[in-house]
Design a protein around this ligand. Sequence first.
Ligand code: WTA
Length: 654
Amino acid sequence: MRDLDVLLQEHRTFPPPAGFRERARVADPALLARAAEDPEGFWAGEAAALQWDAPWDTVLRWTPPHARWFEGGRLNAAVNCVDRHLDGPRRNKAALIWEGEPGDRRTLTYWDLYREVNVAASMLRHLGVRRGDRVAIYMPLVPEAVVAMLACARIGAVHTVVFGGFSPESLRDRINDCGCTVLITADGGYRRGAVVPLKRNADAALAECPTVKHVLVVRRVGGTGPGEAHAQMVEGRDHWWHELAAQVPAECAPESMEAEDLLFILYTSGTTGKPKGIVHTTGGYLTGAAATMKLVFDLREEDVYWCTADIGWITGHSYLVYGPLANGATCLLYEGAPDWPAPDRFWALCARHGVTIFYTAPTAIRAFMKWGDHHVAKHDLSRLRLLGSVGEPINPEAWMWYHQVVGRARCPIVDTWWQTETGAIMITPLPGVTTTKPGSATHPFPGVRAALLDSAGAEVPVGGGLLAITHPWPSMLRTIWGDDARYVSTYFSKWPGRPDLYFPGDGAKKDEDGYLWILGRVDDVLNVAGHRIGTMEVESALVDHPAVAEAAVVGRTHELKGQAIAAFVTLRAGQHPSGTLRDDLREHVARKIGALARPDDVLFSADLPKTRSGKIMRRLLRDIAEGRALGDTTTLADPAVVASLKDQYEAQEG
Ligand code: WTA
């Protein structure tokens, strides 16, 4: 049996638009060929674009599955992101353009950022933080969140950012897992007009975090009125950021770090069990983040770049902080929700700030489709020149919508595949040279070697298979904090006797032109009458129907077929559920990709269960479809969604 069958056929192609290729950072495909021959040479060239205190002796030391990059080299990540831009025209360039959800605004130039990072670094030193210590960051998306990360990097402390939407329990577990000594937080942040009580959550977490000695608190919502209630300061432990800032030295000398010293730990949830503390180091990570930022986003000096991710995710680390700032870019930061106060907030932001590069997730794109085109159409998006997507497979229809409605058919789209573990983009178009296909992440980035393998380890030249990265890359995770055995078993044990092959856990297909299409997590694969089908293909066929905004499909046990397909569907604005529409959708899938994939059940739903980073949680949908008790729902963005789906599903069955 094959590991993955391929159903979807998508033949539209989009070469780089006229005029784009001529000015692109990468306009010559020969770069790819050179990097494929000599990945270490390519990466060394990219690393050399950073500022090093001491040069490396060895580009790569590879004792599978452990890699060390740029050994012997020394550098500081914060210096690379801030200080080195001060001796030239970037000194007064905007580094961060920030807008809070209520509409308040701040702009920090590189010089401003330099001053803020220095003071914050001094504060951390004052609170006893030393090189190698762990510092937790639990913040809304305010400029101080970026400053806090860079301040840690400046003094060689290891930051672990915990997304501000996580609960006190999640914060507690992460702090305890890596033994943080300081927590940086805020009294609160704004989300859909309400205050998220970060400090109160932090206090609840800290009741069970014995290692934390000090808490640094940014005043975001307080001052007067109800905000004050969000921050009860504990004497001796808690310090207001703005008060302590006035008491410490304005300059703080950076630590010169070894290339392989830890830069940060970022927790990512495993399919089962406790979250994994993904460890990233300094020289390799920064090389990967900076090189991909420059080449994938075709970054130019005058760009206004906006990545809508939160710093709590890897996308925020690599493409909101380290990648863009290492390149001296201007980044927009927005604190709040995309539909606050109205569903056009993102487009209003793009127009107001003249955004040229926009990077978001398919889950957001599908929400915009659902809300309707008029919210996009009413804003001037003529400055946009490049669009990006990350986080999940983007369905061809969502891709087309993004291309036409947001990009007005002018902007290339880079569909970027990567992971918390990979640190930087791995499979992606290069916008000046790649002819894109809607739904395909296309080809590996220069210096990255990827293959499709079957479960026995044989290469799949065309068709479906398991994605493997076959050669180390600089921004790869180095281990799981405190659990190297889990690092080896999770990522390097898929193919016995081949500890050099990294298994990301995703299935993919390669088409006749050699393009890669990511089909979703292999844990989610459907098995219908002996055919293994990626969830993305059936979901894309559903999203292709004009009534559908978003779809998730899962398998449920079926006596004859092994599995039957259950589809959960949300409709576009103005569409209504009906028996006719249900039949129509089932036939649409059968027509589009084959009778084999015709969903047995179709359930209309106002929403789908998602993780806090926006990924569809198919595991819970499987529980619903199987009529099982619901598993762990703590990582859901909105637990009420599954309860209501379960009721609906059962009502339909009965
Ligand atoms: C999925 C996010 C298809 C994939 C940077 C991966 C994607 C997981 C894409 C990592 C894409 C991410 N196309 N699938 N362009 N990008 N994924 O750690 O399943 O939050 O393994 O990192 O998201 O998610 P993570």
